[in-house]
Design a protein around this ligand. Structure first.
Ligand code: BT5
Length: 320
């Protein structure tokens, strides 16, 4: 824990004024150091009042995803135990990938307030306005063969699904990587992996979840097809809280994966997505495949029955 967050902890734990002397003696810091850290917190957007003879009081907290803000809501052992927070990044996935190559431990999370070149699948862009949503990447090091990694996308969608349920929404899962609310996309996952011989070295799970973005703040490209928690609930949400709930849920599903294997994740996703027997149209580049969904195979492929011929769809987009 950083010294800044320790000072903040004292202010948070008290509704009234806390004396600088008390904080400095408890933390073994000089009063000047406490004053310096309070100044830093103010610069970060914390409203802190100072009254001569009484000390400091915290009046309000900014809606920022500083590691200590997210950590308040975490009950995990692995995921989010290391959080790398940045104001702005090209892409949290790209940053997390570099950290993972340098040996970042499993569970390391990269969070940014905005992404300059947030990315989706197939060179698509992920619209990432400042301070509105969640742009998050998690490093996992599962002991899997590369061919078994795909269902980790489901792990992410399932965790987002449960997080959205917890704020009273009714999310829908759309193959392979989307979460929708009322037919509009609220979340996407981008999986990137590094392999070594026939083992996975690491996976970066990138999650973009729209939280407080208004329609007027969306790019033209996504305005008619995207949504956010704010738009669906008419309430602003503390993003750090949602991030914490999401990471807790991710850990639970990761635990399921480790304990019961990838097939269990596929089953869970298939059940929640409720796709069996549904007529589907899958777009893959210039090709369109139609058929009845028979379910999800053990490796995450979608089985599409086209008049008796079962096709294994490993990638693509479901047409609306
Ligand atoms: C995805 O790709 O849905 C994966 C998105 C992953 C984004 C996260 S953010 C944190 C991490 N760091 C990154 O750089 N990426 C990950 P795909 O299925 O290809 O969908 C991309 C399409 O979604 C775009 O072409 C748009 O149509 C739409 N889109 C873009 N931004 C959106 C947004 N904020 N909300 C809803 N839809 C969006």
């Amino acid at each position: 824990m950083s010294r800044v967050s320790e000072v903040l902890g004292f202010l948070r734990g008290n509704t009234g004024y806390v004396s600088g002397d008390y904080i400095s003696s408890r933390l073994g810091l000089s009063r000047t150091a406490v004053w310096k850290y309070v100044g830093q917190l103010r610069e970060m957007g914390y409203a802190i009042d100072r009254l001569k003879g009484k000390g400091y009081v915290l009046l309000s907290t900014p809606d920022r995803l500083f590691s200590w803000e997210v950590e308040q809501f975490l009950s995990t052992n692995v995921i989010g135990r290391t959080i790398e927070y940045r104001d702005s990044l090209d892409s949290t996935n790209q940053f997390a990938y570099r950290l993972a190559l340098d040996g970042a431990p499993e569970g390391t999370c990269v969070i940014a307030e905005t992404q300059k070149t947030g990315r989706g699948r197939l060179q698509r862009k992920w619209f990432s306005p400042y301070g509105k949503n969640l742009y998050l990447s998690v490093v996992l090091r599962p002991k899997l063969h590369p061919s078994q990694v795909y269902p980790i996308t489901f792990l992410s969608s399932l965790a987002v699904h449960d997080t959205l349920l917890s704020v009273g929404l009714q999310p829908a899962l759309k193959w392979p990587n989307d979460v929708l609310v009322n037919g509009r996309k609220i979340c996407g996952t981008l999986l990137e992996l590094s392999t070594e011989a026939d083992m996975v070295r690491f996976v970066v799970v990138g999650i973009g979840l729209n939280i407080n973005m208004k329609r007027s703040e969306m790019s033209d490209e996504i305005r008619s097809k995207a949504t956010s928690v704010l738009l669906e609930t008419k309430n602003f949400y503390e993003r750090a809280r949602i991030c914490g709930i999401l990471l807790n849920s991710l850990e639970q599903y990761y635990h399921l994966l480790k304990k019961a294997g990838v097939k269990s994740l596929c089953n869970e996703w298939e059940e929640k997505a409720n796709i069996r027997g549904k007529q589907m149209e899958i777009l893959q580049g210039d090709s369109t495949f139609r058929g009845i969904a028979e379910g999800i195979d053990a490796d995450g492929t979608l089985l599409l029955n086209d008049n008796g011929t079962v096709r294994r769809m490993i990638a693509g987009d479901v047409a609306f």
